[in-house]
Design a protein around this ligand. Structure first.
Ligand SMILES: NC(=O)c1ccc[n+]([C@@H]2O[C@H](COP(=O)([O-])OP(=O)(O)OC[C@H]3O[C@@H](n4cnc5c(N)ncnc54)[C@H](O)[C@@H]3O)[C@@H](O)[C@H]2O)c1
Ligand SMILES: [Zn+2]
Ligand SMILES: [Zn+2]
Length: 347
């Protein structure tokens, strides 16, 4: 089968590899669409250490079931599906508590690291365990479905703290994750959601997706603006979707006493913390990793238009154009958001 293989760091090639074998409890999926994730771009040059070549990357995908392994009864050949990017065991203490994102034997598709190697979906076919597969309604296209993983990440993050209806929120970062968090906060009942970024084009997009205020961080202090718009009180919840020291500190500085900061971004491995502020203002810091069972809700919200992903998709391109799109994303070309590759073009 045709695959986009990372054969060496910064070297992607379209090549022919063996179709993966189908085992008990698994399904073979003919991939229709697979999004390029920021983590793929970070893995591409070896900086994250999570894409050790040779590896077929890709974990944000959708397609049709081509074959069903023994013991799988709830899925059939021809079903349009997506799947969780995380393969979890279903048996460890975390899985038994429903915290499948924290599974002791967690593996991510399209990742190769010192612990494991698991082929991803930048290929004509991918094999995944049936228990991570979700059926798609007709109203959701494959390209949109490739965004469900990120939608689930956003819904999961927002679900981790209590957000009373009518709350005010501030999101740092209007990238893929930030713009989905913004929409998830609206769905959760926030009456005001502000968003801060250094890129005006992303803030413009945020306005069309329901932001009630946008702050251009490079021109004015977003914390001061958030305080001004909340009569000096601060927002109820801040979501950090950048992952850098300055935005973590700004998140803490922008919430009210007793407010919550949800930490999603994680570019910097360590950041300084305004400790006394967190303690004396009794601020809750909540980390959020991937998702844990939010796919059905993500599909439902996407299908009814409550969460929109089309405006975040910059390009839908054939798999063969993968090497070029990776280079463009790696070069941080402006105005690029999500790029979705289509190993198989069928409906
Ligand atoms: N916790 C999780 O489960 C999870 C899942 C996916 C991504 N992430 C992380 O979330 C973060 C965002 O991911 P993404 O895919 O949206 O990335 P992205 O690159 O699309 O978005 C990041 C945004 O932050 C903006 N930004 C940079 N510096 C800023 C600053 N000082 N102030 C305000 N905005 C600033 C950028 O302009 C960009 O729009 C990353 O750190 C990523 O690793 C976490
Ligand atoms: Zn991802
Ligand atoms: Zn487990």
């Amino acid at each position: 089968m045709k695959a986009l293989l990372l054969s060496a760091y910064r070297q992607l090639e379209i090549t022919d590899i063996a179709q993966p074998a189908l085992n008990t409890g698994e399904v073979l999926i003919r991939v229709a669409a697979c999004g390029i994730c920021g983590s793929d771009v970070h893995g591409y040059d070896g900086s994250s250490g999570r894409r050790i070549p040779p590896i077929v990357m890709g974990h944000e995908a959708a397609g049709r079931i081509a074959a069903v392994g023994a013991g799988v009864s709830h899925l059939s050949e021809g079903d349009a599906v997506t799947f969780d990017s995380t393969v979890y065991c279903g048996k460890c203490a975390y899985c038994l508590r429903g915290e499948v994102n924290l599974c002791d034997r967690r593996q991510v598709l399209g990742v190769s690291c010192s612990d494991y190697r698991r082929a991803g979906a930048f290929a004509e076919y991918v094999v995944v365990p049936a228990h991570i597969v979700y059926r798609l309604p007709d109203s959701v296209s494959f390209a949109e479905a490739a965004m469900l993983e990120a939608v689930a990440v956003a819904i999961h993050a927002v679900s981790l703290v209590e957000i009373p209806r009518g709350s005010a929120a501030l999101v740092f970062g209007a990238g893929t994750i930030g713009l989905l968090v913004l929409q998830a906060l609206r769905v959760a009942g926030c009456s005001r959601v502000f968003i801060a970024d250094i890129d005006p084009s992303r803030l413009k997009l945020a306005q069309t997706l329901g932001a009630t205020g946008t702050f251009l961080s490079s021109e004015a202090d977003p914390v001061a603006q958030a305080l001004e718009l909340t009569d000096g009180v601060g927002v109820d919840v801040a979501v950090e979707a950048v992952g850098r020291a300055e935005t973590v500190a700004a998140s803490v500085n922008s919430v009210r006493k007793g407010g919550s900061v949800i930490l999603v971004g994680n570019i910097a491995p360590e950041v300084p913390l305004p400790l006394q502020k967190v303690v004396t203002r009794q601020i809750r810091l909540q980390g959020s990793c991937a998702s844990a069972g939010e796919y059905p809700r993500a599909i439902e919200l996407m299908a009814k238009g409550a969460i929109q992903v089309k405006p975040l998709i910059t390009a839908v391109a054939p798999l063969e154009e993968g090497p070029r799109w990776f280079e463009r994303l790696y070069a941080r070309e402006p105005n690029l958001m999500k790029v979705v590759l289509t190993p198989g073009s069928f409906s």
